[in-house]
Design a protein. Sequence first.
Length: 366
Amino acid sequence: MLDKLTPKQELLMYQIRDKWINRFYSGQPIDKEKAKEKTEWLYEFSGLEKPKIVFLESPLACQLLANSLKENVGENVWGNVRENVEKTFWKNVRKTVVNTVDKTVDKTVWGNVGGNVWKTVVNTVGETVRETVINNVDKNKGLTYFAFSYYGSTSDYAWVSFYNFFEEIGVIHNKDFKNFRELIECNIYDMIQFENLCIVCALPEYVDRDDSNRMHSLDRSCIRWNDGYELYYIHGINFEYEEWNNFVTGKTKALDIITEANQDKKRAMALAYGNEKMVKELKAKEINRMKDEQGNTMRILLIEDKKDEDLLYYEAIDPSKNEKVYLRIPSEFKERTAIEAKLWTFKPLWEEYERTGIMPEFIYQT
């Protein structure tokens, strides 16, 4: 039983995490020859005949081709593939790890490899883009959305990287897992798996993110494939090009943001616009003012939104820069004080205050 990682194994854990994350963001082309070989293996493994394989550069191109050939490609077989992959991997590969590795080690490797790759690749980009592509297809009357693969895409990066670690340290010796890992390593972004045809999509040319790892760019499209298909995101929220362009060129003003009907877009634009700019342009109303022991003013400011949720901000002096800072705070602070708003910015202390009602003395000092 492996109950503790050696220093060498701990280093390898981070190296494998970075290897998979860097692969996704590399923009490298598909290894078509190997991808064809491994895709044929996946179909055979799933009890299916070898399909014709077509390589395309973007997920939208895959949907357009699927629509043009839908009468001649047979059923979408992602379910067959899923059933056979899970039958083998979860019963064999997972069982091997459970029987060989202590639960603490298992949890540590998932947190540092699989879970990290999930947050950085799968959840941040893969699922977000799929949702956007679905919306793009649905908006085009006459087009049908064809489900992308459940297995055989970047959505596999998380669990494959996790088991890849155990493969590297000799816990896993599974030929089928090796074949599947090598398929994903061909730089495949996604697939649409039909009986007679498998449409394979390449990795994007680039993906831009913000400091919180959300898809984001105010300078160019956030994600772009080599055939020119581009998508635009602001702090993780998808925008049509015209909306995005209006925002980044300054045509969108604070009043436009506050009256935006889509709350996700409203929050993303408000964050990108800047709290101080929002407060000043919309002439926020002061609803509470207090001073700390050093005589600095703290305020709660309100921007009323008659259609939806009001915006509240905490204004204070940042002593390290001797300038005002503005932080967005929850709407409940309409009934609270500026000193409570300051405490709210210290989350663990705020939770203790909510529980006990006792204000920490030092919070009165900036």
